[in-house]
Structures are given as structure tokens and as C-alpha cells.
Design a protein around this ligand. Sequence first.
Ligand code: URA
Ligand code: CA
Length: 431
Amino acid sequence: MVDLIEKKRDGQELTKEEIHYIIENYTTGDIPDYQMSAFTMAIYFQGMTDKERAELTMAMVHSGDTIDLSEIEGIKVDKHSTGGVGDTTTLVLGPLVAAVGVPVAKMSGRGLGHTGGTIDKLESVPGFHVEIENKQFIELVNKNKIAVIGQSGNLTPADKSLYALRDVTATVNSIPLIASSIMSKKIAAGADAIVLDVKTGAGAFMKDLKESKELAKAMVDIGNLVGRRTMAVISDMSQPLGFAIGNALEVKEAIDTLSGKGPKDLEELCLTLGSYMVLLAGKAESLEEARTMLVEVMNNGKALQTLKIFLEAQGGDGSVVDQPETLPQAKYVIELEAQEDGYISEIIADAVGTAAMLLGAGRATKESQIDLAVGLVLNKKIGDSVKKGESLVTIHSNYENVDEVKQKLYKSISISGSEVKAPELIYATVE
Ligand code: URA
Ligand code: CA
């Protein structure tokens, strides 16, 4: 291992055998954390070639179990988002692309901190659960084109250890390490093809566009090198996506969007990502054709019907689709009033996410209980004009006193005296 650390430190390319040796022996504990720390720091400074990145990804895939989705008919396309606040895309995209015949076999997690998890959101539908057997999961995808299962088994243990190590050794922010970490998890979970939504802006992991593009390109290159067709969209996270932040509130937002009545930014991002998924799944010849198919199922009710069938197949009360008011409701609905006239110039996404977490919508620690009913609904987005006294945000709370949340929101929303342009939603696509 000392020789390999030295080799990387001096900027030489490691072979496939050397990379697999390191990952295998780190997973078993035979390479200690202190040597792995030096190795990741060497990568941080020296980077990795395309071939090294692909080998590192596959070594991590094979460090644990892999999910076999071969019994599901068709090309399994997975979507991954690099995280964000109030990102309801997965809830919309699943039923949307399933409605045009793309198989969606989704393995999902719970939320931590200010970002929400898809499972938490879905569990706000009474009765819905993700504790299903693999066999049933596969049957449901074949029958309904969509099912969601909780993370189980020993998937990419090398990534788990490595991510924890990077977190305490200042080596998280390395493009080859981030790209291989994300791609290894998607591939181990059985994806044949992958669509990536790389967020950029204040609320994202990558705050600047140039870095976001580099990360997207790194992941697309890895995917294509290891035989998984991969495409990426770089989308805005300088403010939260859509209006709703909070579990049941986002389920309602997804229902609205699947019926073509959702926030325009969320709808547009879902149609863009969805078109790539349909194309990669081989269900359309072109992006235009894919988009037309998706708009059609939004308009004719098929997308919504697919959501209902999916929820009911996993024990959920499908009537929420027609009567979203039966989702958990908070006791208090409180408006945050604008203190001046002007134009919204900033909505700091992570601060708004933290405000929602204070209400109980997110977990401060892994052990925290979450309140599915609570959260925030933005009434204004960047560029909108506002009059003093108008509502900026509707706060859904189970506490009567929300002063702390209000303080936090006032600090994270800025109003300017002069007109402000709304940010672009999609900055680039990488293929
Ligand atoms: N998300 C991941 O899954 N891995 C990283 O390394 C960074 C973000
Ligand atoms: Ca949202």
C-alpha cells in the first residue's frame, strides 16, 4: 500500500489490479484508515484518469452485493439527483415515465438534514410501505412498471467506509471521488442506464457552474466507459425547486404536477429529465418524441392513474390522488408577510430547508422523528414582484409559535427595490 500511495502521490496512473487491490483490502479492513486517508488526499491533489475513475467505480460496485434486475423486462433507467431542497422530481418522474412504459425499479433512502428522502415523502400516504420482498418488488415492476423498495443488503460497503473517512479528512470535495461514489451506488442498484440531475447554485453541493459541469462530465464518462449509457442535466438550485418543502406537501405537489397543474419549474425539469429517461429506455426515437409522450400522459390522466396504482400496490391509500386533503395536515397554517415592496432577489435554498427542518419536516440526526404534515409552501420565487403584507411563504406547523422559523425565513429571503430576472432552470446538458 505504501508503494501505491507513493505512486498516486507522484501523479502516476494506477492499474486496474492496483485499484481493485486497494478497494478489496480496504473493505476487509486489511488496509487501515490512516493509509487510505493518505491515498484519498493524494487523489485529491493529483486527480485520476478516466480509466482509473472507471476502475475505482467498478471496484466499489463489487465490494458488496449487487441487485439483479434482469427479471424485469426492458432497459432499467435510474435517475439520480445530487441533492437539493424541496426536490420533488423523483415523486413525479417515477409515475410519469412508468406511464409510458419505462420500468422504474427504484431503491430509495430516507432524508437527513435539510434534504428530504423519497421514502419519507411516500410514507405520508396512509398505509404505504417499502418493506417488500425482492421477488414482490420485481413482480410489481413487471406488472405496474413502478415500485419502490427500501435500501437493503450490503450495497457498496467500500463507498460507505470511504465516504465516512473523506468526511473527516477534508477529501469529500474531489471530483473523481464524488463521481465514483455516486456512480457505484447506481450501478450496484441494478441500473442499465442513468440520467443525472446535477444541481448547481447556493443550495447545491456544487455551488458553481464550472464545477457542476466537471462533475457531470466525470459521471457521464464513467457510465459510458463501464457500459451504462449516462446523460446529465445541470439544473438550478439557487432557490428551492417548486413551491413545497415538506413530506405530505411535496406529495400533493407531485399530484398537482402529474396532472399538469404543478409549479412550472418542477414540471419543466421533470419533462426534461423524463425525456432523457424515455430515450435511454428505448421507448422513443428522439427527445421531442419522448417529450410529446410525457405531455400526453400528463394531460390524459394516465400519469396520475399510474401513481394511484403504484401507491395501492404497496398498501397506500390511493384516494389521496383524488383528495389530497386526506394527506396529513398540520394544525396551524401561518403566513409569512413581506415587510416591504419590491422584487424577490434571493431565496437561500439550504436556509429554507433548515427552516422546514425546524418545523419537524426533516431529521437533524439519523434518530430524529419527522412530522410528515409540516413544511413550507413558497408563494413567491426569484424575480416575482411583491407588495408589503403579501404572503411570501405559507408555514404549515404543529406548533403555534413559529417565531424562530419566521426569523430564519426573513433572513433567507431578500427583496430588492429594482427588477430582478428569474434564474435559468437548465444550464446545460452533458451526453
Ligand atoms: N454524494 C455521494 O453519494 N458521494 C459523494 O462522494 C458526494 C456526494
Ligand atoms: Ca418542491
